[in-house]
Design a protein around this ligand. Structure first.
Ligand SMILES: [Zn+2]
Length: 614
């Protein structure tokens, strides 16, 4: 029944609508293209390496004080961009998490790698249909009747609209498109692909996917052919279709380059120089830039450039890998796939199992027990307690790892913290405050990892040591210890160094200022809020760890007040202190770098006078 209240509301809306129209036409939002160059460091963009991005930063807004969210991994930062929330709310704490259940699409492991459409489906199903437990900008945009698409790297592409698995509403094209593991294409998109003679299945990475091994260098090619396909789908099918529909649209384009190439590059096997600054990595940066240039010229040819805001960003920075340690129990053991004296994959799990005197079980290899001289398949491990009730779980990720203690045992937490504080590869520990306060560590709450998330909560985030090769600019030649199958000299990210938190970020379009260098801090969570504002979307927030709209980048917007501070822990054994450099704008926090003084690039190495001690 239509109540009198309904009628009154309808009349009121009509009156308000008319009044608003009389003052100023209710503007239809402009379109948004969100372009992510995965793993692009801010300081690597110039007219020679990435001319399109350099021109967007110069002609539009350059966000020089930009921030990836820690842990500086892809799915985590995708969740921040997609929801406008920080990771304590989204629960996407890293690329590999402890899920708390055996994930069927990931071989029944407890520690799934989230860059998979099948795994994201399983995790969503387990956590009430949406593991993020926040609404994404693409879902809100399509609910308003706008056109939406997400194209590119598998995992982050789907995270922008993870619950839309039909292909009928948001267009999703990623590595798995055209395979049984992918999200289907609608009949309309399929017909349009065929009409322009494009395949309905995405090509593989080919040679770019080759990581090499201990004695064989990895790839020497950027991810050109796969991304050519994604760019062709975007420019020849999706944008023309959006133009025909004549409605506002949001297009996300996630370029795997330079990330995938910087990880796998074969320019620097077992040496730290050139590391990720060799010719293959530079070609990958250029490949991403070329894709953005293609998107921009397609917008121009379709007459959409003047009505489209372009946000060019990256999810995180990058570093070269070191596998050196003097303290790890593993460096005295011989592994067939590690140099003598170097850290093997899974060294954190091995060190903790060794220190706790408990068996190490491999969740990714049939839950077998690991023997001497072996490591787990993906570096993850269950320590003690067995498959059903592990005492400690290590989720190996790269430049930082996550440790879970499912039953919340405080005595175990203390032993784990003590073990890690004694390792030369550690630089900063962040512990769940429910487990207690440990000298030398800060809490997960200090870095916005405690919020409303519904996925299992990590007990400890372990940041690894970083240093630089003295190239004159530390963030361009940072090296980090990484828990990875890749070799010394290849590439990784995930740490709390400024090299990994300083991502490229720039804006250009009708809703942004021109030739503006923004001094205020910005994060990937802010981009989610900013897109929501541009598209007139209201995010129904559950958690409170939210980013801010970058209004200073918009015409008439004032630069906000920024405060900086240094948070330091109580000193632990040997005087080790976890130090956190941060900035705030109102209640929004930005984390520049964290770790032990002298072991993290970009950290204020001595505690500054007047620092906040807690
Ligand atoms: Zn990566």
């Amino acid at each position: 029944m239509r109540s009198p209240l309904f009628l009154a509301t309808a009349v009121l809306q009509t009156v308000l609508g008319t009044a608003a129209f009389a003052q100023a036409p209710a503007a239809q939002p402009h379109n948004v293209v969100l372009f992510i160059a995965d793993g692009l460091r801010f300081r690597m963009v110039d007219d020679r390496t990435a001319p399109t991005m350099a021109s967007i930063a110069r002609e539009g807004v350059s966000l020089r004080n930009s921030h990836a969210l820690f842990p500086t991994f892809t799915t985590a930062n995708a969740s921040g961009m997609a929801t406008g929330h920080m990771l304590g709310d989204t629960g996407d704490f890293s690329n590999t998490i402890y899920a708390g259940f055996q994930v069927p699409g990931a071989g029944n492991t407890l520690t799934p790698f989230l860059e998979s459409d099948v795994v994201l489906g399983d995790v969503d199903e387990h956590f009430s249909g949406n593991y993020l437990d926040e609404t994404t900008i693409l879902k809100l945009a399509r609910d308003k009747g706008y056109s939406t698409a997400s194209i590119g790297k598998i995992g982050p592409a789907l995270i922008f609209d993870p619950t839309e698995r039909s292909g009928e509403q948001t267009v999703l094209v990623d590595d798995a498109t055209g395979t049984p593991k992918g999200i289907p294409l609608s009949a309309d998109v399929t017909a349009r692909l065929q009409a322009v003679s494009l395949p309905v299945a995405a090509p593989t990475r080919g040679a770019n996917g080759n990581p090499g091994n201990l004695s064989k260098p990895g790839t020497l090619s950027p991810n050109a052919s796969q991304q050519d396909y994604f760019a062709a789908v975007a420019t020849r099918v999706v944008l023309p279709m959006f133009k025909e529909r004549n409605k506002p649209f949001v297009l996300v384009f996630w370029s795997r380059d330079p990330d995938g190439t910087q990880h796998n590059q074969g320019d620097s096997l077992n040496t730290l120089v050139p590391g990720i600054n060799g010719p293959t990595s530079l070609a990958a940066i250029r490949n991403a830039d070329d894709d953005l240039a293609r998107l921009r010229s397609a917008l121009n040819e379709l007459g959409l450039l003047d009505t489209t805001d372009i946000i060019a960003t990256s999810d995180h920075g990058f570093s070269t890998i070191s596998k050196e340690s003097q303290t790890s129990s593993t460096v005295k053991t011989k592994f067939t796939d590690a140099l003598p004296g170097h850290l093997p994959l899974g060294f954190v799990a091995l060190d903790l199992a060794h220190a706790l005197g408990m068996p190490l079980i491999d969740p990714d290899d049939g839950y077998k027990t690991i023997a001497d001289g072996e490591h787990t398949k993906n570096g993850n491990g269950l320590i003690g307690g067995g498959r059903e009730k592990p005492t400690v779980v290590v989720a190996a990720n790269g430049g930082s790892d996550l440790i879970y203690i499912p039953d919340g045992d405080k005595a175990i937490a203390k032993r784990v913290v003590e073990t890690l504080l004694a390792q030369d590869y550690v630089s900063g520990l962040f512990v769940d405050s429910k487990l207690g306060k440990f000298p030398g560590t800060l809490s997960l709450d200090d870095i916005a990892l405690e919020g409303s998330a519904i996925t299992p909560h990590p007990a400890i985030a372990v940041n690894f040591r970083s240093f630089d090769t003295v190239c004159g600019e530390p963030v361009r030649c940072t090296v980090e210890v990484a828990d990875t199958v890749l070799q010394q000299g290849q590439g990784m990210h995930g740490s709390f160094s400024r090299a990994d938190t300083w991502n490229f970020m720039a804006l250009q379009g009708p809703d942004f200022k021109s030739q503006f260098v923004d001094p205020a801090p910005a994060s990937n969570a802010d981009l989610g809020r900013t897109v929501a504002q541009l598209m007139h979307l209201e995010i129904p927030d559950k958690g409170e760890l939210i980013g801010r709209v970058l209004s200073e980048a918009m015409p008439g917007g004032a630069t906000p007040e920024v405060a900086s501070r240094v948070v330091t822990s109580d000193p632990g054994p040997n005087g080790l202190m976890t130090v956190l450099d941060m900035q705030t704008v109102g209640a929004t926090r930005y984390f520049d770098a964290a770790g032990f003084p002298g072991r993290t690039v970009g950290l204020s190495t001595a505690v500054m006078p007047g620092a906040t001690t807690q």
